[in-house]
Every structure is written in C-alpha cells, then in structure tokens.
Design a protein. Structure first.
Lengths: 344, 314, 336
C-alpha cells in the first residue's frame, strides 16, 4: 500500500510470531471486595497476516484480554501480569508514553458499538486524520486526501462529502467502516476487532466481515477477532481459541475445531446453533446453567457444573493444558469422542 | 432539546427511568438501593439530620422552656434603647423584639417549617400524580395536552412562578405560601410519574397483567404506581429541601404569614430584617436551622438519586 | 437550523401567552383583585364600580384579555403607583434594567469562571479530598438561601470590616455621566475612572452572593459531565488511536462535556432572575429584582405585571440564545 508498509516487512522477516501472549493474567480488585480474576493465564501467538479468533460467552475475559494488550484497562483497580511480546518488546512492561506511541501505529483496535465509539461532535475527516497527524507527523492538509482514500478503500461512497459529515449522519454500517478506516490509517501490523459486528444488522454484519477479510488479505495485517459468534469465526479465522471463565479451554485450526470439537463447551456451543444441513427433527441442545455456576479453576474445571461430560475428577482437580497429536490444545479430563460427534 | 425546561426535563426523566429498569419490581429496586446507601456516609449524615429534625418537630412543644407565643421578656423590651432583650438566666438565647423566648420559638418553629415543607410537597405530589397518571396511563391526546401544560410550567423559573402566585394572592399567609410552592412542584412530579409509567406500560409485567385481563385501574394502582415509588421518594426528598428554602425566601420577601403567634423559621428570618445590623443573631439562628435541615434533605436526596440512577448502577 | 430557531421562537411565544393568561387570570380572579388592592378591602361599592369601569373591568373577560394584550404589546401597562410614582410602568422597567443586566452578567461570569475549572478539576481527581470537599461545598451552596449569603457578606464585609459599600449601585456624589446605563461600561467610555471603580465596588458583594447559586449548579454539572464523558466509548477509541493526552482532553473529553454545561448555564439564568429579587433587596441594589420586591410590597400592580412578564420574556430570550450556542457546539442539532 505504501513505502512504510514494505519497510516494516523488510525489517522483520516473517519467521517468529508477531505477537506472543504468555500467561496473561488480569485481576480486578475493587475497594472492599474480593479480587476477581477475569483473565487467568491466557497464552496464544499471532503470526504476521494470521487471523486468530478469541471466542466465548460474555464475561469469559475475551474483551479484557484485548484491552490489556492495548494498555487500555483503567489505571486503577486492576493488576496485569504475564508477557505480551510484540516484535521483541513486552507491551505489558512499556510505560504509558511508549504504549501511547504504539497504539494506533503498530496495533489498532475496532470496537463493538460504532455509534458510541465515534466522537459525536468531531467530523469523520478529523477523526481519521488525527491518527496520522499523531503518528506520521502529517499536517491535517496532507492527511485529508489520505483520509479520503481510506474511506474509499473501506467502501464508503462519496468519501469527499463524508469527510465533513458527523457520525450521526452515517448509517451503522458506514460508521463501522469509518472506524475501520481510522484503525487502518497508520497501516498497523496488528488489528484487534472486539465484536465488530455485534451491534449491526445481519446483512451489514456480513458486509463488514467481508471487508475485514479482504483488508486482511490485501494489507497482510494480522487480526485478533474477538467474538461470541461462531459464525463470525467460521468465515474469518485461521486459528480459534475458545475461552471459558478466563482460560483457554480449546485451541485449534478452524476446520478441525469445527469438524471435531473436543471440549464439551466447544461442542455445546456448536450444537446450540441451528444448522441448515442438519437432519430434520434433530434437536438443538443448549448449554444448561449459567456462568454463575462456575467453580474456581484452581481446584476444579470451571465448566464442570454445566458440563454433560463431567466426571468426579472434574470437580476435584484443575484440568491441565494438553496438546493433542494434531496440533490442537485442550483443557479437559473427559473430552468429547470425535466419533460421538459424527454420530450426532 | 436544550432549553432550561428541557434540562430540567432530562433530569426528571433520568430519574423516571429508574422505575422501568427491566425485571426490577419497585420493592427490590429500593432494597438494592438501600444496600448501597447503608454504607454511604453522605446519605447517613443526611438521614441523621432529617430524623433529628422530625423528632424535634414532634416533641418541641414539650421540651421548649417557654410558650413560644407568650412574652415573658416583654418588660425588658425598650423600643428605643434595647429593642431585643439579650440572654439571661432561663433564656439562653435571649428574646425577640416582642419579648418572646428565642430558643423556644426556634424549637417550636421546626413544626411549622416541617408543616410548610411537607404540605407543599404533598400537595405538589398529589397534583403531579393526578396529571402524571392521567398522561401516563392514557397516553395519546390526553398525554400530549397534559405534557404541553407541564412543559410550559417547567420553562418558567420556579421561584419566580412561586413569587408571582404568592404576590398576586390577595391575602398573604401560610396557606398561600404552601399553595404557591406546591404549584411549582406539580410539573416536576407530573413529568416524573408520567415518564416512569410510560416506561412501564411497555414492560413485561404490565403487558402480562393486561393480557390476563386485569382492569386498567388495577394495573395503574397495583402495578405501575408502586414501581414508581422509588423515584418519587427521591424527588420528594429533594423537593422538601427546595420547599423549605423557597418558603424562607418568600417569607423574607414579606409573602409569609403575617400572623406570628405560631413561629416558623422563614418567617422569623423575614421579621428579623429590621434589627439585622444591631442584632444579627435574630437572623442567624433561624437561617442556620434552615440551612442544616435543607442540607439534610439535600444530602439524603442526592445520594438516593445516585443510588437509584440506572447509569451509575452496574 | 432555521427551522430549529423558528420552532424555538414559537415555543417562546407559547410560554409568554400562557404566562400572560396566568397573570391576567390571577389579576382578575383572586379575591379582591386590583380594585381591593388599590382601594383597600372596605371601599364603598360605588367607588369600586367607578374604578372597575375605569380599568375596563366591566367588559367581558375575553375583551379584557385582548385589551390587556394589545396594551402590553405597546408597552402600555399604566402608571407606577409606588416604585417611581407617576412614571410609566414600562419606563420603570427600562430604568431598572441596566443595573440588573450588569449584576447578572458579573454573577454569571464569576460562576462560570470558577464553576467550570473547579468542576473539571474535581472530575479529574474523583474521590480525592479536593473533590469531596468541593462536592460538599457545592451541596452546602444549594442549601444556603441566597439572601442569607447576601446578608452575611453585607454584614461582615460591608458593615463590620467596612471594605465595600453597603448598598446602592454608585455613589450619587460622583455625578457620573450616563451613556448606556451600564455604569461600569459608562465609566470606561467616558474615562471617568473613579465612577467605574465605584460602580465595581458596589457590584462586588451582590454579584458574589448571586453567583453562589449558578456556581453550585455549574460546578456539579461540569463534574458529572466530565466524569460521564471520560468513560465514553469514543474516549476509549481516542486512547486506542494513541492520541496525546492533551488532544484527548481538549478535543474529545472537553468538547463533549461542555454541551450539558452550556444548557445548564441557561438553567442557572432562571435561578439568577429569581435570586436577583432576593440579592437586590438585601443590598438595596436598584435593579429589576428590587423593583419586583417593592412593587409587590406596595401593591404597584402595573409595575409588577410589567416586571414579571419582562423577566419571563428576558429569560426565554436568553434561553433561545443558549439554544443557538448549543446548536453551534453540537453538530447533531446543527445539521438536522
């Protein structure tokens, strides 16, 4: 797309991971309340150009993970431990100022609700150009044509007029496209999308996902896709991490994970969505119970009370993380038998 | 969008929204707010002041050392040389310009102040409730007409309206004062109740009751009204403080009761002006009483508003 | 934008019509009414009827109202009986207006100049001792009746310590030249520095007393609004863009947080008009508020009617201006 992009590519040969998250742990401590561990030892890698999904119910720690990586958690009331190595630098140990220099330039983020995520009293043009002014030392005058091109690139019709518009004058889908344009303004090598389609209509959702997919392919940007929607994951991600109560319970290549889920939770998620190709009369099986039934990970499997496969050991010991032969990881004492899935 | 009336409207509507938070029947809403308030020092200070004030108002005739209407110090009053008798044994704060015991008048004055505040609030609430129920439970044209009237009332500065009403009344007096202050509260309560009722009209428990064939009146009084009580209590607490301050202001401007056998703080303050430079304590004592009581209601009301506010609640 | 202003003006007219009706009905329907007020309760029936006819009170109500409105539109409300005896009531209003304008502007400038920065500071340091003490101070500000603040200031600063004048708006012995009627401005225009300074000295105490009401309101809304905005999603977006803290504060937080503050300045003007009655009375400051008090006390109904209608009209006009300012700040309204 431009000179800066290719420079970056030369500087880091694409051998190792772009981002390596190791044992990330986020604990919230409110005054006078018990500490709450929202993210409990999460590790995963993102390779250049790769799309990695973080999937789970609300409250499983997926959004907290992304905010922790961006250094956007509130300054007080929480503790972040572990490492997040981005091109050799641990993001979590950076100072406020250093992290500020990287946000928007190296790592950018797209949020869930495009209306509230845009400043209502500042024009779209300025909201796009301010990133370039900040990180690339451009004047607003020079940045405006670039902003125009960006809006065009993300599929916003009549970009010249849109630059002068305010967020309320755009439709929901257009707003999300504008947010994507802002995130891409400095050609970051890593993009984090936190439920980017949840607040949109179904038809718009598909358009935005198609756009993201296309942009990722064209620019070579790596993407961390955070979602509760397995449909989003299926169309977009190379690798999928399933989170439950702050821990990754299953990881695998998208195709294998969907074809043969091993963790009962993943299996439950998959069989609770209706499928067009399933035989008539087949029942949907929802996951029973709710997150409030969870056991602590330290002495059990958190999912055990809701699990159809739970054994006695599940309530007494914490299941360890194990790698399977086909390169996927699993945290379960009694995984679902692949044959059982096939039988339906 | 944004005029004075609109801003006041927004504030009221925010509070009204507290009643229609889903699946939170009024009682448990209040219970959850109470759990948070119990540990809130600002609320507790306000509550302590309020309770002390109410107890004082009830028992004051028995603990007052003298009859507030009698004039035991009358022979000490010298209009030219010593218009206001100073403290002496048995009269720790001295007397007023008519030789009555100041302490007793302050103590008993709490009663009339409470009466003015409470009645102005109750009348305002009843008026507002009538309009609000009318608008909120019928909707449509009734709603539009009632709310236009309410909005016009809200867009006039309230003390100016109260002053106008009291000033134009032929006979100044405590009743006029109470009515004037009650009238300026009517639109506030009307909007509050209407907002919380309209919010509930669409809520599941009201729809369910309607689907079951429960009569409209029963739905309004048994289901909708109880749920609106939380916000109404908060607003009433704040309105009480404003009513007491406004009553004092109107009394100060000479619109209070001309009959001073029954002491009232606002009226004592108003009457003290004549002697304000030589004997400022006549003004300071009732003013301090008003400030402390108004502060009590305000602290309590504001902390309750915050506890009930759906925005601050997680 | 034009439609917005037109709609506002229509709304304004509605408020004034409603208020004029209210005033008219009250003047008519209250026991006694103006006739008793002027003649006293025990006037002879013959004298009452004569006065009623003179005032047009024997006509049908709607005729009376139309005549009332017609005269009001010409500024003809009759002559003052007490405030400035014999002077046209509308003239009384014009004579008294500049002093109140001066007072209200000074009070509002004070309240804004203190309320917004302190509110912002309190929000930035939420929960700190500074924040808590400012919040409690502002709540006390709400609970202290403005006339008591005025009295305390007058008693200590003017009477006991003799630092500033006790009452009035300018020392008559200065014999200052009048240009606009705004005394400080006049003093500056005519280079009568001592006159301007004397007017300032007279204005300080009433302005400070009057400023306490809008200060408390502006402080609290600024604090709440900044707190709200700091939590807003778009501020998180700005953080995610790596913008400098300075840019985030000015462009993203403050610009949005100021919207409700602008509104509330309009709201405070309502309190100012009512507060001016109390403050001007305490300081015998010859403005509209003092005239409202006097006309009420002395049953000068012509002046009272003019002043109440005028106060409401001024208030509504200021609100229109505030709305326009708001529309300029908020594109969601401007571009509709």
């Amino acid at each position: 797309m431009s000179a800066t992009m290719s420079l970056k590519d030369d500087a880091t040969p694409s051998t190792g991971p772009l981002l390596s998250v190791e044992d990330l742990r986020v604990t919230f401590q409110r005054h006078g309340e018990k500490p709450f561990t929202a993210v409990d030892g999460v590790s995963f890698d993102v390779h250049p150009g790769q799309t990695v999904g973080l999937v789970g119910e609300s409250g499983c720690g997926k959004s907290v993970t992304s905010l922790a990586l961006m250094g956007l958690l509130p300054k007080r009331g929480n503790r972040v431990e572990g490492r997040a190595t981005y091109e050799g630098t641990d993001l979590l140990s950076l100072s406020d100022k250093e992290m500020r220099d990287r946000r928007g330039r190296d790592i950018a983020m797209i949020f869930q609700d495009p209306l509230s995520s845009l400043n209502p009293v500042v024009s779209i043009g300025i909201q796009v150009t301010e990133v370039m002014e900040r990180h690339q030392g451009m004047s607003r005058k020079d940045a405006m044509p670039r902003a125009r091109d960006l809006l065009e690139r993300v599929g916003i019709p009549d970009p010249n007029a849109r630059l002068k518009n305010y967020p309320h004058q755009l439709s929901g889908g257009m707003r999300q496209r504008a947010l994507i344009a802002m995130a891409l303004a400095c050609e970051p090598r890593l993009l984090i999308a936190d439920e980017p389609t949840t607040a949109l209509d179904v038809t718009i959702q598909a358009q935005i996902l198609a756009l993201l997919k296309e942009l990722v392919q064209d620019t070579g940007t790596a993407l961390i896709m955070i979602t509760h929607d397995l449909g989003v994951v299926a169309g977009l991600c190379d690798e999928v991490n399933v989170l439950y109560a702050g821990r990754i319970v299953e990881r695998g290549d998208r195709h294998r994970l969907f074809a043969r889920p091993r963790h009962p939770y993943t299996h439950g998620l998959l069989s609770s969505i209706p499928r067009l190709d399933s035989p008539r009369g087949e029942k949907l099986t929802p996951i029973t119970g709710s997150v409030s039934d969870n056991l602590p990970w330290t002495s059990a499997c958190a999912f055990a009370p809701r699990c159809s496969h739970a054994l006695d050991v599940c309530r007494q010991e914490s299941p360890p993380w194990e790698w399977e032969s086909d390169g996927r990881g699993l945290r379960c004492f009694n995984p679902v038998d692949p044959e059982e899935v096939r039988r339906g | 969008m944004t005029s004075y009336g609109d801003r006041r409207r927004e504030r009221i509507d925010d509070l009204a929204a507290a009643a229609s938070v889903d699946e939170t029947p009024g009682v448990s809403l209040i219970a959850s707010a109470w759990r948070r308030l119990r540990r809130d020092p600002i609320f507790l200070v306000g509550l302590a002041i309020t309770v002390a004030f109410i107890i004082l108002a009830v028992i004051s005739p028995w603990i007052a050392p003298h009859d507030p209407a009698s004039a035991p110090l009358l022979d000490k009053v010298r209009p030219q040389t010593n218009p206001v008798p100073g403290p002496e044994p048995g009269f720790p704060l001295g007397g007023d310009d008519r030789g009555r015991d100041l302490l007793s008048r302050l103590l008993v004055g709490s009663r009339q102040t409470l009466v003015v505040g409470v009645f102005a609030t109750i009348f305002g609430l009843l008026g507002g409730m009538a309009l609000g129920i009318l608008a909120g439970s019928f909707g449509g044209a009734v709603d539009s007409i009632v709310m236009r009237i309410v909005d016009v009332m809200l867009s006039v500065p309230s003390l100016l309206l109260a002053f106008t009403i009291a000033a134009l009344a032929a006979r100044p007096g405590q009743t006029t004062l109470i009515i004037a202050i009650a009238i300026i509260q009517v639109p506030i309560f009307a909007r509050l109740l209407r907002g919380s009722m309209l919010g509930q009209r669409a809520s599941d428990h009201v729809l369910a009751a309607r689907a079951l064939g429960v009569k409209r009146r029963a739905i309004v009084f048994r289901h909708m009204l109880p749920n609106s009580m939380g916000p109404v209590i908060v607003q009433a607490t704040l309105v009480l403080a404003i009513a007491i301050i406004d009553a004092a202001a109107l009394s100060f401007l000479g619109l209070g009761s001309p009959d001073d056998r029954q002491p009232e703080w606002g009226q004592m303050l108003g009457r003290s002006q004549e002697f304000i430079y030589d004997h400022p304590h006549l003004a300071v004592y009732p003013a301090l009483c008003i400030i402390v009581v108004a502060l009590g209601f305000t602290l309590m009301g504001e902390s309750m508003r915050e506890a009930l506010d759906p925005k601050t609640r997680r | 934008m034009v439609r917005f202003i037109v709609r506002r003006i229509l709304q304004m007219a509605g408020v004034l019509v409603a208020l004029s009706m209210l005033l008219f009905v009250w003047l008519k329907a209250l026991p006694g009414g103006p006739v008793s007020a002027i003649l006293g309760e025990r006037a002879t029936p013959a004298r009452r009827e004569a006065l009623e006819a003179a005032l047009g009170l024997d006509q049908p109500v709607y005729v009376q109202y139309i005549r009332f409105v017609q005269r009001a539109l010409r500024g003809d409300f009759g002559a003052s009986t007490a405030v400035i005896p014999g002077e046209d009531a509308f003239q009384v209003f014009l004579i008294r207006l500049p002093a109140t304008i001066e007072l209200a502007i000074c009070a509002m400038v004070l309240a804004v100049a203190l309320g917004i920065p302190l509110g912002y500071l309190a929000a930035r340091r939420k929960g700190s001792p500074l924040d808590s003490s400012l919040v409690v101070f502002s709540l006390i500000g709400v609970a202290v009746p403005v006339f008591f603040t005025a009295f305390l200031l007058k008693y200590f600063v003017a009477v006991e310590w003799n630092l500033l004048p006790v009452s009035g708006k300018q020392d008559a012995s200065l014999d200052a030249t009048r240009v606009t009627g705004l005394l400080i401005l006049d003093g500056l225009l005519t280079r009568e520095w001592d006159a301007a300074w004397d007017a300032v000295r007279h204005l300080i105490l009433p302005a400070v007393a009057l400023a306490t009401i809008p200060f408390a309101i502006i402080f609290r809304i600024t604090r709440a609004s900044v707190l709200d905005t700091m939590d807003a999603d778009f501020v998180r977006t700005a953080e995610a863009k790596g913008l400098e803290a300075k840019v985030i504060r000015s462009r993203h937080v403050l610009r949005n947080a100021m919207l409700p503050v602008v509104t509330v300045i309009g709201l405070s003007l309502g309190g100012l008009l009512a507060g001016a009655i109390l403050t001007e009375t305490v300081f015998s400051y010859p403005g509209i508020g003092d005239a409202i008090y006097q006309s009420q006390r002395d049953k000068d109904y012509a002046v009272l009617t003019v002043l109440i209608l005028a106060a409401a009209a001024i208030f509504v006009i200021i609100n229109l201006l505030v709305d326009i300012a708001y529309a300029v700040l908020d594109p969601r309204i401007r571009t509709r």
